[in-house]
Design a protein around this ligand. Sequence first.
Ligand code: SF4
Length: 285
Amino acid sequence: MADTVETLKQYGLNTICRSALCPNQGECLACGTATFLILGDQCTRNCTFCAVSKGAPLPPDPDEPEKLAQAVAALKLRHVVITSVTRDDLPDGGAGHFAATLRALHRNVPAATTEVLTPDFCGQEQAIDTVIAAEPDVYNHNVETVARLYDLVRPQAKYNRSLDLLTHVKEKAPGIYTKSGLMVGLGEEFSEVVALLQDLRVAGCDLLTIGQYLQPSPHHLPVTRFITPEEFVAYKEAAVQAGFVHVESGPFVRSSYRAHELFTLIGAGAYDSGHGSKFGYSDER
Ligand code: SF4
């Protein structure tokens, strides 16, 4: 772990693992997975559950994509997740920087599988297409909570806009796995979550994570309720029944939790690999 922290410092890189104080850091790193936070650590939005700093972001670092790819090579990571704060201050929302980072990874560590966890780019299809064209293996966009709680939890986002993004990715690039995640314990009803799962499946979403919301500080949204292990099992069963290919559901589950496992399972033939990626993309990346 210490080496990883040292390497990240050496390359001047942020991980959401560290800035969000994720409880799974040790396990993920041991499995060769980390989630990099690109485009700085200042977000232009103000979600009430999120510990990321809000404020005026700095311009993107043009060297970040190459530095990140070199750090991944140095850390011998197998699965790389790239996420960012929301950059509503940039014309393309940072999509070009995501694409440049993916291309640097494909060049420097072609064996690593890649996953992007993007903002909603204000629904700009051109921005989404820019990221798709750089061929991530997994395209993740979190819906975070049920439609009724959007104004409270993520006031600058829109429920249907997030679903439309996932729908667009699946229509434009059926070979990419799409993924989403939500937190529970914010006051949602079981039936509302089941309705959300249906909406995600209609959007063609393949992969899902469900975790307990934990209040990062007294200034953030309070936890309404701690969801029981039995309820997490019930959510997983409802998601599998709805047709999700892979579901992680549990108190400490986060967006990239066990993200690499999907490819282990595909490698073992557990899932149909007709989804492209290392199992079918062209090499012209
Ligand atoms: S947009 Fe993302 S990084 Fe920004 S406040 Fe919301 S959850 Fe946090």
